[in-house]
Unconditional design. Structure first.
Length: 256
């Protein structure tokens, strides 16, 4: 098992070295009018307690959006209920992120950059296009390895496979299906980290019809692989499959 993982790491490393040496690409520009930057207040009590720091954080988010011509939106718990969050079923308010994303897609936005209210932009001069082009230059363009407009999701991660506190998603059929399926799974399996756990389970092959045992198997397999591959995740976080993947490892591979 360990031999296979080490061999995989070596192959990935060689692959990316070759991409760096031989890739040639044109700069990709995202139309600012198609982008929305958004944040979510999932607790009115917390919002009242931290008004000072929160004001500075939201100012940072708004500054970033305004500087690059992006739309800026914030959502709160009342809007979550209006969009259909099942309060009576005790679904944690963090699940409302998925409803917000679907709502923004319905409004015609192509790209959503979501950032939690405990995070800020350190370099507001760097646009989304510039960030993605940096990634593209690393992975190689004009090949099956990396094409910005064919990626559905760009995400951050720590000890989790996916951290939805800072995430960029594109309005595609694949992405909409992922959001709907993850929300349908809901809190009933009691997967860790709320909607993030459901997203991980779906990406690992589960569906809304999967049993609780199957959902946990999907989640645990993903997390175990994530921990092992954490040190080189930055190389692979942008490479996604076009279909739901039967294995978490295949999430790292190319979308064709």
């Amino acid at each position: 098992m360990w031999t296979m993982k080490i061999a995989f790491i070596i192959m990935v490393f060689i692959f990316h070295l070759l991409q760096l040496c031989y890739s040639v690409h044109d700069e990709y520009i995202i139309d600012p009018s198609t982008v929305v930057v958004c944040s979510y207040f999932f607790s009115s009590k917390i919002q009242k307690r931290i008004q000072g720091p929160l004001k500075a954080i939201l100012s940072n988010h708004a500054e970033y959006a305004q500087k690059h011509g992006y739309t800026y939106r914030t959502f709160d718990f009342a809007e979550a209920l209006a969009l259909g969050l099942e309060k009576k079923e005790r679904r944690d308010t963090k699940w409302a992120k998925l409803l917000f994303f679907s709502s923004l897609f319905d409004q015609g936005f192509k790209w959503i950059l979501y950032i939690d209210t405990d995070a800020i932009f350190f370099d507001t001069s760097l646009s989304i296009s510039q960030s993605l082009n940096r990634i593209q230059s690393l992975h190689g363009a004009g090949t099956t390895a990396f094409n910005i407009d064919k990626k559905d999701m760009y995400f951050s991660g720590d000890t989790l496979p996916i951290n939805s506190g800072f995430i960029l998603i594109q309005n595609t059929v694949w992405m909409r299906r992922l959001l709907d399926t993850a929300y349908s799974i809901g809190p009933y399996a009691k997967l860790p980290t709320y909607e993030q756990g459901a997203i991980v389970a779906v990406l690992n092959g589960c569906t809304a019809l999967s049993s609780i045992e199957e959902l946990w198997e999907c989640y645990n397999h993903a997390v175990s692989e994530c921990i092992f591959f954490l040190f080189f995740l930055s190389f692979l976080l942008t490479l996604f499959s076009n279909e739901y993947s039967p294995s978490f490892l295949s999430l790292y591979f190319i979308r064709t």
